[in-house]
Design a protein around this ligand. Sequence first.
Ligand SMILES: Cc1ncc(COP(=O)(O)O)c(C=O)c1O
Length: 512
Amino acid sequence: MKPPDESSVSEFDHDTFRELGYRTVDIIADYYESIDDRSVYVQADPEDIVTAFDEPLPEEGEDPELILDAVEEFVIPYATHNPSPRYFGFVMGSGTPLAPLADAIAATVNMNTGGWHPAPSGTEVERRCIQWLAEAIGYSSETGGLLTSGGTMANFTALLAALRKHTDFETTDLGLQETDRPRYTLYVADHEGHSSVVRVADMLNLGRDAVRRVPSHDDFTMDVAALEQMLEADQANGDEPFCIIGQAGSINVSAIDPLDALADICAERDLWFHVDGACGAVGAMVPEFEPRYAGMERADSVTVDPHKWLFIPYECGAVLVREQEILARTFAMDASYLRGSVAETPEEFDYYEFGPQMSRGFRALKLWMTLKHYGQEGYQALLRKSVNCAEHLDTLVRAHDHFAAVQEPNLFIYSFRYVPADLQEVLVDPPAVPLVRVNQYLDELNQRIADEVVQSGLAFLTTTSIQDRRALRMSICSHRTTIDDIETVFDSLTEIGARVDEEWRENASLPV
Ligand SMILES: Cc1ncc(COP(=O)(O)O)c(C=O)c1O
């Protein structure tokens, strides 16, 4: 096939387009068919990957068939395969199969969902998604909100609204430029509060120190009494608390803060209550999990991240804000917020009045199609499956002499440690050898186990820090993961742990 020339400029004839499209669908279908057998992490020298893409922009256009060849030859093989059932890194949705088709259609119609007129159906699809998400997690069906690029921008949107409301919108024009402004502070659990909150404080020019880390209990949930003490102390110090953030499914251990108690404190003190449910809010869709989320329905705003535990491919975050007017007053660029907030006809509703982006893509289509495809019951089954896998992993960990549990299996993110049985005894009853050496050894051992399993291609997982000690961390955020996958990976971790421990022990000068 010829590259574009002056006569064809940049369009294909329809038959050519169809051929390219069918080939693209074949590439996608082949990918899904092979995903179970692929090495999850790329088995190539990083230099080869750099070299593969190291070329100048072509002077003359290239044949699209050859470009698709390059996609098959370099882009796909040199990807990390998040859609694999054994991808357990970070918190990455596995990618639902309708979504690539939706994305192709969204790019085709290329609506700009910043406004109703440029995107009538796009706006209505997104509005429906927001309402469905809110209802599915037991939040107000009257809610405002919008899709965002991800959890960070969802948290940003919510916290800017919180700050504006707290300052009675005086900061809209003046920002924080007045010298007599107090220090505005916000509160999140110390161990599990997500780093995106710190980034948002920075983006809002509050300064990273504005994020106060509230002590947690042993189960990693926020200590409410400690929060109240901090609020008192900060207020006595002249600071002005404006927002409390509860975690609904935290980043390392899936902890859910005592949301009802946090809602009470916010109500008593007139503070904004934000729930960062990027990882776990959607668990409230499952009737038997729902009681754990009591109080989330009272939040002023909730971050929900469909590109995590709803398995939607990137990018797709969402923020729900109870009072749409506050969002409109926060983001409208002129007095038209009134139009946004009290839109009497559908075509008065413009998303650019409700969030940071002006131009916006049609990311709602993949979410809408997938929500319709799975329905509530389908999603409930998939969410239960993730939690079952995490519970099974916990059972394996507790039954094995060389592993140690560090948490209860809350939702789908589960952290644990490889600790050889003899060293478990040492930790309980520390001997003369400094404990620090044992802990350092275990930290390195756990890191090495994670590195080896990733390098082997069998699975992708990461380590994290739990109470300052390195732990293995598996985020079971794939609708494709089965109990068999969990067992296979656990066997591999066991084998690597035993082998490396044996190799290293001789030179480790440990007490055993
Ligand atoms: C609890 C929590 N909040 C916010 C974020 C940020 O989300 P994103 O990476 O989509 O910006 C994450 C990401 O892992 C998260 O776990």
